[in-house]
Design a protein around this ligand. Structure first.
Ligand SMILES: [Fe+2]
Length: 253
């Protein structure tokens, strides 16, 4: 396994656009107290943040499905800070015109009607991993605040990254106590958005020995940076610092 620095411009590779979103008002405004002010005591979809070491990506997904619930924003950002993460949540942006204005969503990131489809919002304290997966679409990751490390792997390594089949996903998740509906949802997701069983930030080579041959590229995003990820590339993220971010599907811009 080789961990290399992401090249600054290589054809077909993810591309970091340094300070590409620096002009967004959000990079200056977004922090916990601003969100508390803007959102008052709204409830948002969040899940308990758990730092269970070596939890495999599938178990992260099961954790999300089993434990995600509506929590007051004050709990997440104030009273129980560090205990929750918000991920893949669009409603926060949709419900708050001021937050949308902070990210210039109309120029050129689409209109309110298609927010559901291509926006997602993330808030995480330091130390949170989004497990390795591929998406259906090419993406832009907009890092608004905080340092986040991203590791990516090219689709040419698909046979070495321990991609879970929908059948395996279904079997394991039923064993782990998901309801049939939850298990089917997860299985459907893993068909459209493949999940890798290996943890890109802590690879157990005794279990995932084919990862030895895989090139992993790493880059660091800070507030105002954008990362363009081509469709089919595996990606996993780790927040080094408290992190505010959102994603947009590229071909919907
Ligand atoms: Fe993704």
């Amino acid at each position: 396994m080789n961990i290399k620095k992401l090249p600054s411009s290589r054809r077909g590779f993810p591309k970091k656009i340094n300070s590409g979103a620096k002009h967004f008002p959000a990079t200056k405004k977004w922090n916990c107290s601003y969100f508390l002010e803007s959102m008052k005591s709204e409830k948002v979809r969040a899940l308990p943040f758990s730092k269970i070491e070596n939890r495999t990506p599938l178990f992260n997904q099961i954790h999300i499905l089993k434990n995600q619930s509506q929590i007051e924003i004050e709990s997440i950002l104030l009273h129980r800070y560090g205990e929750y993460v918000i991920r893949e949540e669009v409603q926060i942006l949709k419900n708050n015109q001021t937050l949308l204005e902070d990210i210039n969503y109309t120029r050129p990131y689409g209109s309110l009607e298609n927010l559901d489809f291509f926006h997602s919002f993330f808030f995480a304290p330091p130390g949170y991993t989004v497990e390795p997966h591929t998406d259906d679409l090419s993406l832009y990751l907009f890092q608004i605040k905080g340092k986040k490390v991203v590791r990516v792997v090219a689709p040419e390594f698909n046979n070495s990254v321990y991609r879970l089949s929908p059948q395996t996903t279904l079997e394991i998740s039923m064993k782990e106590g998901l309801t049939l509906d939850q298990a089917l949802l997860l299985s459907k997701q893993s068909k459209n958005w493949s999940i890798s069983e290996a943890n890109f930030f802590n690879i157990d080579l005794s279990r995932f020995d084919k990862m030895k041959n895989v090139d992993i590229y790493e880059t660091e995003l800070n507030g105002g940076d954008i990362l363009e990820i081509p469709q089919g590339w595996w990606h996993s993220t780790f927040t080094d610092e408290e992190s505010f971010a959102f994603n947009v599907a590229k071909n919907k811009l």
